[in-house]
Design a protein around this ligand. Structure first.
Ligand code: CDT
Length: 343
């Protein structure tokens, strides 16, 4: 067995555009302490964890918008971990020895050109550095706001550039006792050779990405064992039919369906972490969860507040699906999938 205690750090609402960063960071630190008490080794925070879901607002003033982003550039791709908005979290997690996934707005400046991404990173406490970055590829919503009265806006296409880092798995060291190390077997050259023995094979998504089978499968083909994902998902929208209660149940149903099918069809565990509850722009679903490789939800949030959702998982359970129904090398028929790459 390859046991690992993991958690989603579900966050309740971050009320408004003017909610102080320090207030939100304090809540994140509290969840980190709770995780340490439960023996958690890997903690997953939501998408855009440090702020309200600002893509639901129209922000015209560039200085105002800049407050929702952290700076990065080729000379300092992970410089943001030293930002006062993030550093206290890193300092504390270094002491506690907990790896982190967190989502944030990334402002990338390269050769005088600025691009804003909806980004998440993986911070390894044992290596004391970020070891992976993912930039959201499926940006929902639109560029121009709709003028329908009461419409809850989804303006990610306005604020973010489509991610350009693809779907790349990585291995996180120090999480699983007795894992083979890179020196024992050339993991980078042949990730499959060591499946089930090396450090966990991890992939990351952000919110809307979890609804796309293609994103999961890109990771599945690399032998993923643990998928991490943070989200801000609207619970209901005034313009749609159905009571707010019905809409929220439906949104939760589609969330669960995506997470459970993705985990099952790629024989991996997955951790899903919500920003939940009522923010000024509207209401977000909860439902943070940990899902096993058979598609079962092992544990799910009970509230729409700050809540630690944790479990001890056995990564060896990925082997069954990977060796049988979803043994891709044996059963896939890529010669019939060319449509998937047509524009
Ligand atoms: N943040 C984000 O990606 N939200 C989208 C809302 C799309 S409307 C169903 C999501 O897929 O949850």
């Amino acid at each position: 067995s390859r046991l690992l205690t993991v958690a989603a750090a579900q966050m309740g609402p971050v009320k408004s555009l003017s909610t102080p960063r320090s207030e939100t960071l304090e809540r994140m630190l509290k969840l980190l302490e709770q995780a340490a008490e439960k023996g958690v080794k890997l903690l997953v925070y939501p998408e855009l964890a440090f702020t309200t879901f600002f893509a639901s607002y129209i922000i015209q003033d560039p200085d105002e918008l800049a407050k929702f982003f952290e700076q990065a550039s080729p000379s300092g791709p992970y410089a943001f971990i030293n930002s006062p908005n993030i550093k206290p979290l890193i300092d504390r997690t270094d002491k506690l020895g907990i790896d982190l996934y967190f989502g944030f707005g990334e402002r990338w400046v390269d050769d005088g050109k600025t691009s804003d991404f909806n980004t998440c990173v993986y911070y390894s406490a044992s290596l004391r550095k970020c070891i992976a970055k993912y930039r959201k590829i499926h940006l929902p919503g639109r560029y121009e706001p709709l003028t329908t009265p009461g419409f809850s806006q989804q303006l990610e296409k306005r604020y973010f550039t489509v991610g350009n880092l693809g779907f790349k798995t990585f291995r996180a060291p120090g999480l699983v006792d007795g894992a083979l190390k890179a020196r024992d077997v050339d993991l980078a050259a042949d990730p499959k050779a060591s499946q089930g023995k090396g450090d966990p094979i991890i992939g990351m998504l952000l919110c809307n990405d979890r609804r796309w089978a293609e994103a999961w499968r890109c990771y599945g083909l690399q032998g993923i064992e643990l998928l991490l994902e943070g989200y801000n998902t609207t619970a209901f929208a005034p313009q749609y039919e159905g009571s707010p209660e019905w809409q929220e149940e439906e949104a939760l149903f589609h969330h669960r369906l995506s997470c459970q099918s993705g985990s099952y069809q790629n024989a991996c565990f997955s951790i899903h972490s919500a920003k939940a509850g009522v923010e000024d722009h509207g209401s977000l679903i909860g439902g943070s969860s940990i899902v096993d490789p058979n598609g079962h939800i092992i544990v799910e949030a009970k509230t729409k507040e700050d809540e630690l959702v944790y479990a001890t998982i056995d990564l060896a359970k990925c082997r069954k699906g990977k060796g049988r129904v979803f043994a891709f090398d044996d059963h896939r028929r890529p010669e019939h999938y060319s449509r998937l790459l047509e524009q």
